[in-house]
Design a protein. Structure first.
Length: 152
């Protein structure tokens, strides 16, 4: 009887923990996650389920040059993490670019793409930032880069 009670207690604990898990989205990232979903929908790409498995954090990231990351887990869950110090020094276009780039990894499964046009300008928001092309994410290039992001 004692074994049955222990097994029952463990089972309840395991199932209640699974149900209690919730994704976290930093309030400063919420509008960017919503904008990402909106831009995908404009291009007839449904990412609702995938986006629901992504948490978003603004934290202190250790490591030189790391501004943001997409962390993926075996469970299928993902986290977008953004360095707090860098985030506070970005303008709205830079913040959108950063979040959209990381969601490109986490939600769309995109890899880095350093392709450039004849002027050396990046043709994808998924550029690595380390080599190859010059990023020009601005009001006049945004739609073209978002089209490429969602319709690659």
């Amino acid at each position: 009887m004692k074994k049955l009670i222990i097994i029952f207690t463990i089972s309840i604990t395991l199932f209640s923990c699974e149900d209690a898990f919730e994704y976290f989205l930093d309030a400063e990232l919420e509008s960017y996650f919503q904008a990402f979903e909106y831009e995908a929908a404009l291009r007839h790409v449904d990412i609702t389920e995938e986006l629901a498995q992504v948490s978003g954090f603004i934290i202190d990231i250790e490591g030189a040059g790391v501004v943001g990351q997409c962390r993926s887990y075996a469970s299928g869950d993902h986290e977008v993490v953004i360095d707090r110090i860098r985030w506070n020094n970005l303008d709205a276009f830079q913040k959108e670019y950063l979040v959209f780039h990381e969601l490109g990894h986490c939600v769309l499964g995109r890899s880095h793409d350093n392709n450039a046009d004849e002027s050396g300008v990046c043709t994808s928001i998924m550029q690595s930032g380390e080599q190859g092309c010059i990023l020009q994410y601005a009001e006049n290039t945004r739609l073209q880069l978002l089209d490429e992001l969602f319709n690659y």
